[in-house]
Design a protein around this ligand. Structure first.
Ligand code: NAP
Length: 324
């Protein structure tokens, strides 16, 4: 029997329940994909909690890898049996099957397994647009990334190293700091016992950095601004500690004519061509060995509640996946 996670109300992880579910036949231009592995991402917790409203009832999850089961009318570049993955929705990946527009799906290289693909699509595309589009880094740059031992974080550490960029990371435990250093971070700051701004100033000889990539949000917003050099950019791209609200724009001028952007992957891969270019670059980085995909948590589909509790409880490192 095929299964799916459903929410009929928003709230704590326990609002997610596993139901029997028959996926509808693929519509025109769609693929019916039988999932072999499903990616867990922080955004899934926002859909579940209500921070990012979705129409209810709803599925959860934007990322999975598996095999094409059936193709809809008008699809001629995929066939049943093809190995594929997706990382930009549609919502409902926490399931045995999902129907996905063919243009939003990537064909998997033979060298990339289903587990790896489910762990790298959304996180890899995010690291790629942050480093190459939001603030295109140059060799020799020094950047700050918060929660560097996390899912996106460990990809950022490795990709920054590959681009010749020094990454100053933060994490809440010594074990997480050691892990991020082993994956390419140049410096790590234990945010539980060190002053992040002082350490960034010390490491950069007082100058600060040209860009801070901040997926933690509320609790790090002011810290991030204080790490920047004049006219630097804060890319605040997530809400792990809560959303940033009520910003006084005067702060930006006081702290050095700073820039702030609030980017979202969806806008960077809005066209099928942009999505294809991004995923091709991710798979190239994996094939070159520049990025080693780190899956440190594996759960059954029936353990989605536990997966969210661990992610929100700061108990995870690297990527988490669900196996249907
Ligand atoms: N805008 C976009 O396009 C986009 C795309 C992908 C991801 N994101 C965002 O990027 C961030 C990272 O995503 P991810 O899936 O890779 O998650 P993750 O980094 O694996 O997990 C979040 C980490 O944030 C840190 N954190 C700090 N304060 C926290 C708090 N109060 N509660 C929970 N965690 C806290 C924790 O690391 P420490 O314990 O080390 O501090 C935790 O492990 C999320 O905010 C996500 O929404 C945004």
């Amino acid at each position: 029997m095929s299964k799916a996670i459903r929410i009929t109300e928003v709230g704590a992880p326990t609002v997610m329940t596993l139901i029997d579910h028959h996926a509808p036949s693929p519509g025109p231009g769609q693929l019916l994909i039988r999932h072999a592995a499903i990616g867990v991402n922080y955004i899934d917790t926002y859909h579940r909690s209500g921070l990012y409203p979705v129409p209810l009832p709803s599925g959860i999850g934007l990322e999975a890898a598996g095999t094409v089961e059936a193709v809809g009318a008008g699809v001629d570049d995929f066939a049943p049996g093809d190995r594929v993955a997706y990382g930009s929705g549609p919502i409902g990946a926490y399931a045995t099957y999902n129907n996905v527009a063919a243009g939003r799906v990537a064909r998997l290289p033979d060298t990339v397994g289903f587990d790896q693909a489910a762990a790298i699509m959304l996180k890899g595309m995010t690291a790629r647009y942050l480093l190459k589009e939001t603030f295109p880094v140059q060799p020799g740059d020094t950047v700050v990334y918060h929660a560097a031992a996390g899912g996106v974080g460990l990809v950022m550490c490795q990709w920054a190293r590959d681009l010749g960029v020094s990454l100053i990371g933060t994490a809440s435990t010594d074990e997480k700091c050691d892990l991020a250093l082993s994956m390419g971070a140049t410096h790590m700051i234990n945010s539980s016992r060190e002053n992040v701004v002082d350490r960034v100033r010390e490491i950069t000889g007082g100058a600060g950095v040209p860009v801070v990539y901040d997926g933690v949000g509320k609790s790090t917003f002011h810290i991030s601004l204080d790490c920047l050099q004049p006219r630097g950019l804060l890319a605040t791209f997530g809400n792990a500690s809560g959303p940033v609200t009520g910003v006084d724009l005067g702060l930006l001028t006081q702290k050095g004519s700073l820039y702030v952007t609030r980017p979202s992957l969806g806008h960077y891969v809005a066209s099928d061509a942009a999505l294809a270019a991004n995923t091709a670059d991710v798979f190239d980085a994996v094939a070159r060995g520049a990025i080693n995909i780190t899956i440190n948590q594996r759960y059954g589909l029936d353990e989605a509640v536990r997966a969210h509790e661990a992610l929100e409880g700061r108990q995870t490192t690297g990527a988490s996946i669900l196996i249907p």
